[in-house]
Structure formats: structure tokens, C-alpha cells
Design a protein around this ligand. Structure first.
Ligand SMILES: [Zn+2]
Ligand SMILES: [Zn+2]
Length: 351
């Protein structure tokens, strides 16, 4: 049985499956790409043939504009097996954002699974992560430190609703990323009993519309028009993280600044960003979820794509699992949670 490192390797473009002649989440345009999910650091424009879930293809189209999400596209349903150059390839949900998938590949009896970004906590806006037994599990490690234990998201949403009840005349402005986080917050607010309109910064509207079109019910969403800020008193407004501290937000009526991110676990970061109400809500696995997942897939070896790889590799070694840092370049260049840019921005602000 050939070890996966003989047929799955790191190239400058990204992770490459040689017998299938396909890259997974390549960072530059390539002839053939499998895309795990539509966050901009994983899904780049300009590829030839693109293979992904139907939802990921739809979201890529919303983000990039029609025709830029690959010259040709093929949608793969969860569990549907495709054979490429003798490699059996299939996708299974990753629980990260709508459409997010792990890529499973099997060649000559050896199996590798590339997680993409993932989480294990329930998310009403996407299918849950499915563990797949494998020989090599390629995992992210965004929150791979023991301090990162995400509380239940429902509890964090309750804090927001309590604050809205307490400061009824103020506008709660919640910083959140446009793909995944915004829609999850909306769905959680609905589940928490908030049936009033939720207002959106213009940058968040297109992806919410795409989610709704793909069957994720988000309720009454309206554009947040700061020109009429008095109408937003007592309302919940969602905006990109960069907007919550800028002039746009200051024009709202007496805003309460809220931010939803796994990084809010680090209180100095919240303080440095001027966040009054930090909500620890993440779409990445926390430390216990990473370890739980590694145990479930039962791979004797893990490869770590990006994040705090050293801590994770050290921890799994204690359990007899071999770890390897892939040190893939090019991830985290977009303003996603967990991105280098976000961390740098944070470091700059707290420094
Ligand atoms: Zn992602
Ligand atoms: Zn990522």
C-alpha cells in the first residue's frame, strides 16, 4: 500500500494529488482544482476545471462574479464518488460554512482526507462534519491551543439578546465575516427568539441572499441605512469587522460594539479592538474538537495545513500519532477569521 506522501504532495500552488492531477484549494490558478469551501483564501478565481459542492460553487459565483469561479465547474454531492486517474475522490461535509466539505481520496488502498476548515459544534446553516477513517488526516489548526475552548454559541447569543433588552435604545452593531459567520449569527438569533428584522451592512447582503436561495431560512433582513439611524435604535445590525469601528458605525445611534469571533476568547484582543461585548463564536474547531476529531478518524498520521501546528503535533505525539507541518503558503490572506491578516491587525492594535 503506497503511503499517501507518495501521491499527495505540497507544491508551490498548493496540495497536489499526482495520480488524479488535481490541486486542493490551490492559491494560484491551476488547470484542475478541488475546492473545500468558498472562503477567499481557499477558493481563488481563475482555475480551469473546478470541483466542489453545488453550494460552494454558488457561493463562489456570488463572491467572484459569474464566469470567474472556474472555466468549467462540476458539482459533487456528499458521498458521490468520482474516479480520477485511478483515485477515488469524494466529498463529505466539514460543518464550517454552507457547502464546506472535506476531500477524501483513496489510491491503491491508502486513504487521505483533507479537512479544509471545519468545526464540530452544531450550526443550523450547514451540514455537520462527518468523520472519515483514514491513513492520513490533513487538518487545519487555527485554534490549536489548549486555551481555545469555544463556549456553546447559544450561550453567547443569549448575552447579546440580554444586552439588547438592557440597552433598549442603543443599536447593537455586531462585527462578523460575510461568509458563514453572519448567516450563523442570524440563524442563532432566530432560534433564540429574535423575530424582529435584522439589519445588514451592504457588504453582508449578497451572501445572505445566496444562503436564503440555497434554502437556509434567515427571516426578515433589511439594509442598515445609517442615514436614518434613529430607526435603528434598539436594533441588531450586522457588519463586517472592519466597519464596526469606522465612521459608518459612529453614525449609528449610541452603538454597542459587538464582535463574534473565536479570537474574542483572548480578552485583550477584544479590548484592543474597542469591542464592548465580545462573543466567542467560531466556525473553526476548538482544541477539544481538534483532538476529538483526530481520535475519531483514527489516522496514524496527521498533516497540519495552517494554524498553531506545533502545539497540535506535540499533543498528538503523546498519543502515538505522527504529525507533520505542511507549512502551506497563501492561506489566511483574506480577512477571514483565523487569517494572518486578522492576527496582524490584532497585534498592531494591541501593540
Ligand atoms: Zn474557512
Ligand atoms: Zn482557512
Amino acid at each position: 500500500m503506497p503511503h499517501p506522501d507518495t501521491w499527495l504532495c505540497v507544491r508551490p500552488q498548493g496540495l497536489y494529488c499526482a495520480p488524479a492531477d488535481v490541486f486542493i484549494d490551490p492559491v494560484v490558478p491551476v488547470p484542475r482544482a478541488v475546492i473545500t469551501h468558498a472562503h477567499a483564501d481557499h477558493a481563488r478565481p481563475g482555475h480551469g476545471a473546478v470541483l466542489a459542492t453545488a453550494e460552494t460553487l454558488a457561493i463562489m459565483e456570488t463572491r467572484m462574479g459569474s464566469g470567474r469561479a472556474g472555466a468549467t465547474q462540476q458539482a459533487l454531492a456528499p458521498g458521490e464518488v468520482l474516479t480520477l486517474g485511478g483515485v477515488k475522490l469524494w466529498l463529505q461535509p466539514a460543518g464550517h460554512v454552507l457547502g464546506s466539505a472535506q476531500v477524501a481520496m483513496e489510491w491503491q488502498g491508502s486513504r487521505a482526507v483533507v479537512s479544509g476548515d471545519y468545526k464540530r459544534a452544531a450550526d443550523p446553516t450547514c451540514a455537520p462534519f462527518v468523520p472519515i477513517a483514514c491513513d492520513v488526516f490533513v487538518t487545519e489548526a487555527t485554534f490549536a491551543l489548549p486555551i481555545f475552548v469555544h463556549p456553546p454559541a447559544e450561550m453567547e447569543i443569549r448575552k447579546l439578546l440580554d444586552s439588547v433588552a438592557l440597552f433598549a435604545g442603543r443599536t447593537h452593531v455586531v462585527g462578523c465575516y460575510a461568509l458563514g459567520k453572519a448567516q450563523r449569527l442570524i440563524a442563532l438569533l432566530r432560534a433564540g427568539g429574535w423575530d424582529r428584522p435584522i439589519y445588514l451592512h451592504g457588504a453582508l447582503m449578497p451572501l445572505c441572499e445566496t444562503y436564503a436561495r440555497l434554502g437556509v431560512a434567515l427571516g426578515d433582513l433589511r439594509p442598515a441605512t445609517v442615514a436614518d439611524s434613529s430607526a435603528l435604535a434598539g436594533a441588531i445590525v450586522l457588519a463586517p469587522p472592519a466597519a464596526i469601528a469606522d465612521r459608518w458605525a459612529r453614525r449609528l445611534s449610541d452603538p454597542v460594539t459587538v464582535m463574534a469571533s473565536g479570537w474574542m476568547r483572548v480578552r485583550q484582543r477584544a479590548k484592543a479592538r474597542g469591542v464592548e461585548l465580545p462573543l466567542v463564536i467560531s466556525d473553526h474547531a476548538d482544541w477539544p474538537e481538534l483532538l476529538q476529531t483526530i481520535e475519531q478518524v483514527a489516522a496514524p498520521e496527521i498533516w497540519v495545513t495552517h494554524g498553531a501546528e506545533d502545539a497540535l503535533i506535540h499533543e498528538v505525539a503523546k498519543r502515538g500519532i505522527r504529525g507533520r507541518a505542511l507549512r502551506l503558503l497563501g492561506y489566511g490572506e483574506d480577512v477571514q477569521e483565523g487569517s494572518a491578516e486578522f492576527r496582524q491587525q490584532d497585534a498592531a492594535e494591541s501593540g
